[in-house]
Design a protein around this ligand. Sequence first.
Ligand SMILES: [Ca+2]
Ligand SMILES: [Ca+2]
Length: 246
Amino acid sequence: MFNKKTIFVAVLGTLISTTSVAAYPPAVPVTDLETFFGMAPGAISTVNPGAGIYLDPPVEGSGIKDSFGFVIGDVISFDYNFMTTEYPDDFINDYAFVSIGGQVALLDHVLGSPLSVSTDPNVLESGYKSFSFLAASTGVFDFGVGIVDVADAVGDSALLIDNIKVTRGSNLAYMDGFEIADPASIGDVEALWGGFNGNLPTEGEYQMLITTAPGMAPVPLPPAIWLLFSGVAALMGFSRSQHRAS
Ligand SMILES: [Ca+2]
Ligand SMILES: [Ca+2]
């Protein structure tokens, strides 16, 4: 669907750019997200981390999902980096969630992780972290990750995701690092080759970027940077025998 060889760089701070909106799908209403994940209406609001006067409703977002035959006790894990252009002092608490079999759980939020300034000074980020949860029953379930804007559709937030694994006992039962194919997605979701705001994939050469932006578009790096990233990837052992087809 997109050219995976294109190298991207962060524009979270300067997003809502006017030039690339048409090239990327926008975030979608929360009701569309709930349908996509097979959730009951209103499910995403049940994990809203806001409180008191700051309990603003989620308004729009994006997400990815995959499907797998789980056995009770399986451990699902992945790596994520929560990013936002919201100022924590404003208490606009955009949040990310996980979904398994239509059940929703909070992943992270603006006032959750300790956030630090990214390479883009307008972006705060958690840095790559690992998250895991247990499969509570046996069966084939969709599982996925999403992120939502609360209160309004400005002040965008995003997730980098990589290295989804399902571990059964000591065995790796499933793995998706987005090296081969893209997961099912809704809203503004991109497979990125290489780094984003200096964050390299935690597995392989590709990672997924999921945003709340109405057309937040990563922009290509100039060719010299492209080569630099290639070198870094090789040095860190991320090179592969072949890239995905464009
Ligand atoms: Ca927001
Ligand atoms: Ca990967």
